[in-house]
Design a protein around this ligand. Structure first.
Ligand SMILES: Nc1nc2c(ncn2[C@@H]2O[C@H](COP(=O)(O)OP(=O)(O)OP(=O)(O)O)[C@@H](O)[C@H]2O)c(=O)[nH]1
Ligand SMILES: [Mg+2]
Length: 672
């Protein structure tokens, strides 16, 4: 049976939240038993946040009136029993509409006035300025009011040609694409630049973000849609009309916004109901649909299975009426199946992999810490057992030996200090390559180059030069990261042999994914600069806007790379601190035990049994930690049906026996 896309998104959300609660439980357990150092805590916390806050962006793109909004209604809003997103003949959605849910924000429609295009502030920056937006509160239960409020995305206004030109809706070089001028010499432009809908709808609460776009043509389109929003969507649905076939403008939109490989693309041939003809048989109509799909796949150079013929209108009506047969006849379920079976498993696999990797890292660290503690205990036990039946002078001798060992061990501080100084210097150099000041300098140089090139024709070249410089910077940071790794590895070997540490260096930092991010940005912008946009850069305002857009996207990449590099180094040095602390604590304990034994007879046996108990507790902690990690890992990799993954972990996921033992032990300790 086919499962609706809505249902699959829901199940994916269940799986994520169940994994998130396991990660949360593990972090709590490790913290309570002082087994979590800062970098490991950060790692678990960022995994948890990613699981809790993951967004899945699905964008709908097409020429106007192909039925994008109607399709969104049929897939996501049919349960409200009505049409929520306005869908009418002619141009309807006038600005990009982003539907999502941010917990803690009020349910509202936020509209960004089109005049903000006159400032050079980027959309990304404006998102962080609530005052720039006009807010309409929404009530999810009042579907009538909801639909009414959303009609605002249809609003337009009339402005002079001059204003339209400034706003980016008029281009003298492309007279055919300009909007018609009325008797007053005015043209119609959208009232809003962008709409954000924050709605506690069940799917949106699960992290789904739906992007509805206005019929896009090269002239009026919001630049950040092309270079920012669409390329980062996890899936794009391109809608064609069976009544129109693939037109020249459909093709232009496909080429300008969707031709980039790599994005998950789906093509819908909508409005197949219009092909039904009472004078012909159903088989005849089916053949026609088939042929149109073949043509579309051929023209768009996509595999045929990626083209889905359907009727959004019929699907919406069928869902509202609860008519299963009509829903199947609308053929929407085939598209939903494809989205569910490809898109969600891909996301899940990616998240599961990150989860498994992070858990493994934490497990290794904690395991090492526990082993180290146990090793120290074993040494103490051995030492104390050797004291059985020995004289007081022997104890004194042992105390002296401990002092000797402490003095010897303290010599490591000088070595550690030297190593830290070198490490700090190397890291500083590496981070310099990723600093945002440098980034800005490079971008300023590009802007300068574009400004001085004839008719801005050098824009593309200047941009490509910028990209190659940034790639070099990233490569250099990677090289330095590798050098740091080699230096630490050599030092660790030395420290381990000389001072009995068990330091281990993780594989060198890997910045390659930021290189991929950079490549993606490069591809999008090159595509963007190939449009009519390059000419627009002759206007200082557009050039400035372009620059800001670029800065805001590149900054994210460079800041994340820099964060990754820092985290790697923090993890490496935190390990030294932890081991240093534990060793010192070990010496202290040994000394104290010997002193107690020296002062009171009978103390030795008590101490010995204390140590044995401590070792037992460490073993239990070790077992419990492994069980919790295994449980989280098994859940991450589970391939079970959606509902099976929804279970909350039990408070004691380990075997009852272990838990009982642990509880007994803790109770005994409390009594003592
Ligand atoms: N017959 C038929 N009409 C449809 C279908 N889907 C949408 N329509 C109609 O097509 C018109 C345009 O639909 P919209 O959903 O507004 O189209 P859109 O792509 O969002 O258009 P813009 O918002 O202007 O970009 C509306 O009148 C819909 O009722 C369909 O499957 N069959
Ligand atoms: Mg629309």
């Amino acid at each position: 049976m086919s499962v609706s896309f809505a249902h699959s998104v829901d199940a994916h959300g269940d799986w994520r939240s169940a994994l998130e609660s396991r990660v949360r439980g593990l972090a709590r357990f490790l913290r309570e038993h002082e087994l979590l150092d800062e970098p490991a805590a950060d790692l678990l916390e960022s995994l948890r946040q990613r699981l809790a806050g993951e967004k899945l962006v699905v964008a709908f793109v097409a020429e106007f009136s192909r039925g994008k909004s109607e399709l969104i209604n049929a897939i996501f809003f049919a349960d409200t029993g009505r049409r929520i997103m306005p869908a009418t003949p002619g141009r309807t959605t006038m600005c990009p509409v982003e539907l999502g849910y941010e917990a803690g924000e009020p349910a509202a429609l936020a509209l960004l006035p089109i005049e903000t295009r006159l400032q050079s502030t980027s959309l990304a920056e404006l998102r962080r300025q609530p005052r720039a937006w006009q807010l309409t509160p929404l009530d999810i239960d009042d579907t009538e009011g909801l639909a009414q409020a959303l009609t605002q995305v249809m609003q337009t206004r009339r402005v002079s040609v001059e204003t339209a030109r400034n706003l980016g809706f008029w281009d003298d070089a492309q007279p055919d694409d300009n909007p018609p001028v009325d008797a007053q010499g005015e043209v119609e432009v959208p009232m809003w630049r962008h709409a954000l809908i924050n709605l506690p709808h069940p799917l949106l609460k699960r992290g789904l973000v739906v992007l509805d776009t206005p019929g896009l043509n090269a002239i009026g389109a919001e630049p950040e849609l092309t270079v920012g929003l669409l390329p980062t969507a996890h899936a794009t649905v391109f809608v064609l009309g069976a009544d129109t076939g693939v037109t020249k403008s459909d093709l232009a939109i496909w080429r300008d916004h969707l031709s980039a490989e790599g994005v998950s693309r789906y093509v819908v041939l909508n409005k197949i109901d219009t092909l039904a003809d009472t004078l012909h048989s159903q088989a005849h109509t089916d053949k026609q649909i088939q042929r149109q799909c073949d043509d579309a796949a051929h023209t768009l150079k996509l595999p045929r299975e990626r083209v889905f013929p359907l009727s959004a209108k019929q699907a919406l009506a069928a869902r509202v009426a609860g008519d299963e047969a009509a829903l199947i006849a609308s053929r929407l379920p085939a598209l939903e199946d494809a989205l569910s079976q490809r898109l969600l498993p891909q996301r899940r696999e990616l998240l599961a992999q990150t989860g498994v990797d992070n858990l493994a890292q934490v497990e290794v660290q904690v395991q090492r810490r526990l082993t180290d503690r146990r090793r120290q205990l074993a040494e103490q036990l051995l030492e104390l057992r050797g004291l059985r039946g020995k004289s007081a002078s022997k104890v004194k001798l042992m105390l002296k030996r401990v002092d000797g060992e402490v003095a010897e061990f303290d010599q490591c501080t000088a070595k550690l200090q030297a190593m830290r100084a070198v490490h700090g210097r190397m890291l500083k150099d590496a981070l310099l390559d990723l600093a945002s000041d440098r980034l800005r300098e490079h971008i300023d140089e590009m802007q300068q180059a574009i400004r001085s090139s004839l008719l801005q024709l050098g824009a593309r070249k200047a941009f490509l030069l910028l990209c190659s410089r940034l790639r070099e910077r990233l490569a250099r940071a990677q090289d330095r990261g590798t050098e740091i790794h080699a230096m630490l590895e050599a030092s660790f070997v030395q420290l381990n042999t000389e001072f009995g540490f068990s330091l281990m260096s993780a594989p060198a930092v890997d910045l390659s994914r930021f290189g991929h991010d950079l490549e993606l940005i490069e591809r999008n912008y090159v595509q963007y600069l190939g449009l009519t946009q390059a000419l627009k850069l002759t206007q200082a305002r557009f050039l400035d806007q372009f620059r800001r857009m670029l800065v805001s996207r590149l900054r994210v990449v460079f800041e994340s790379a820099s964060g990754e590099l820092e985290l790697w180094n923090k993890t490496a040095s935190a390990q030294i601190d932890t081991q240093l602390r534990e060793r010192r604590r070990g010496f202290k304990r040994r000394r104290e035990a010997l002193e107690r034994i020296q002062s009171a007879a009978g103390e030795l046996e008590t101490r010995l049994s204390e140590l044995a108990d401590q070792d037992l507790q460490l073993q239990l902690l070790q077992r419990r930690m492994t069980e919790m990690v295994n449980d989280a890992r098994a859940h991450a990799q589970s391939n079970t049906s959606p509902t099976a993954g929804a279970s909350e972990p039990q408070p004691g996921t380990g075997t009852d026996e272990t838990v009982d033992l642990l509880l007994d032990f803790e109770a005994a300790q409390a009594r003592a």
